[in-house]
Write a protein that binds this ligand. Structure first.
Ligand SMILES: Cc1cc2nc3c(=O)[nH]c(=O)nc-3n(C[C@H](O)[C@H](O)[C@H](O)COP(=O)(O)OP(=O)(O)OC[C@H]3O[C@@H](n4cnc5c(N)ncnc54)[C@H](O)[C@@H]3O)c2cc1C
Length: 307
């Protein structure tokens, strides 16, 4: 398929879909492209307590509502992985997926982030056989079993708390000492009797046969190692962006994140970015939605100025 539209949005998470909703209000044509599920990370989250208008709502339910709203507003949703974006001599962007070529006046990058890998033996080998980066998706498989969460950031603590409601014991392996953990969720972690916080330690190897069976954990003060029997390992050591497809455009980045101004403009005219993929302090649903709204407004302004 080869198609020309006004605005191409890469990534159909909350940032991308919000941008689409706002662009659509200006009667411009818009397409959101996603390689996975529309709703993005939302679809993998558990209960959300800080999204305005809902005392509590599950991630998949909010993702479904977003999709429904996008469809009702005639946002074209295209499944596919974007592999390359270039700017043509006529000023249009060419967005390439494995199957399609889309020409667009403006492109909004809203590709979010993915979990960083630990890079240790056993991690790749046991992916989906005990190693998972999504506690909400796979946690229920480990009811009343021993599991491990690796990391000390907010997300690691949040997922350990979630898993403590399912698993028998959650071993939370943190490189940081208890004092160094800066999260308001620490007190909840410490109050759960079935979370075993192992601080100043790191996971060296994930072991098993067909499935994860144990981890080797090293004490970072003494270098002593212990083997802990677990059925699953959930690494949460941080996020990284997915923007390799922009290699030809020389987009400015900081620590891998896209640098944008207050109008969500990158250094490439007509190329905007929104949500977790941008260089910012707070990566949350409401900030991603806010970014999407601003990016859409800038897209509309850019297109009108070119007419
Ligand atoms: C464990 C955890 C718990 C969280 N809890 C909360 C919470 O309670 N409250 C809160 O406000 N926030 C929470 N967050 C943060 C929140 O989920 C994110 O800030 C938000 O979802 C980011 O939205 P986004 O649209 O920028 O990116 P995403 O939701 O990540 O969407 C990006 C989309 O881009 C797609 N994509 C990527 N690359 C390509 C490509 N090359 N081609 C096509 N598509 C592509 C992906 O498939 C994905 O669907 C949590 C995050 C995590 C990890």
């Amino acid at each position: 398929m080869e198609k020309q539209i006004d605005v191409a949005i890469i990534g159909g998470g909350i940032a991308g879909i919000t941008a689409g909703l706002y662009v659509k209000r200006s009667n411009l044509s818009v397409m959101a492209i996603d390689r996975n599920v529309f709703g993005g990370k939302l679809a993998k989250l558990g209960e959300i307590y800080n999204y305005p208008g809902f005392e509590a709502i599950s991630g998949p339910e909010l993702a479904y509502k977003l999709m429904e709203q996008a469809t009702k507003n005639d946002i074209e949703l295209e499944y596919g992985s974007v592999i390359n974006v270039t700017k043509q001599d006529d000023g249009l962007f060419l967005v390439e997926t494995e199957e399609h070529m889309i020409r667009a006046k403006v492109v909004i990058i809203a590709t979010g982030t993915i979990e960083k890998q630990l890079g240790i033996p056993g991690e790749k080998e046991f992916l989906n056989r005990g190693v998972s980066y999504c506690a909400t998706c796979d946690g229920p498989l480990y009811r009343n079993k021993e599991v491990a969460v690796v990391g000390y950031l907010d997300t690691a603590l949040e997922e350990a708390i979630y898993l403590s409601g399912i698993a028998q014991t959650v071993h939370l392996i943190s490189k940081a000492s208890v004092k160094e953990i800066e999260s308001d969720k620490l007190s909840h972690v410490l109050s759960r009797s079935n979370i075993n916080l192992i601080a100043k330690s790191d996971v060296m190897t994930i072991k098993g046969h067909d499935h994860v069976e144990s981890i080797i954990v090293m004490d970072l003060d003494t270098n002593d190692e212990q083997e802990i029997k677990v059925s699953a390992v959930f690494p949460y050591i941080g996020q990284k962006t997915l923007t390799e497809f922009l290699a030809n455009l020389k987009v400015e980045t900081r620590n891998g994140y896209l640098v944008v101004n207050k109008d969500m403009e990158t250094n490439v005219p007509g190329l905007l970015a929104a949500g977790d993929t941008t260089d910012k302090k707070l990566r949350q649903l409401v900030t991603a939605a806010g970014d999407g709204c601003i990016a859409a407004t800038s897209a509309i302004r850019y297109i009108k100025a070119k007419k």
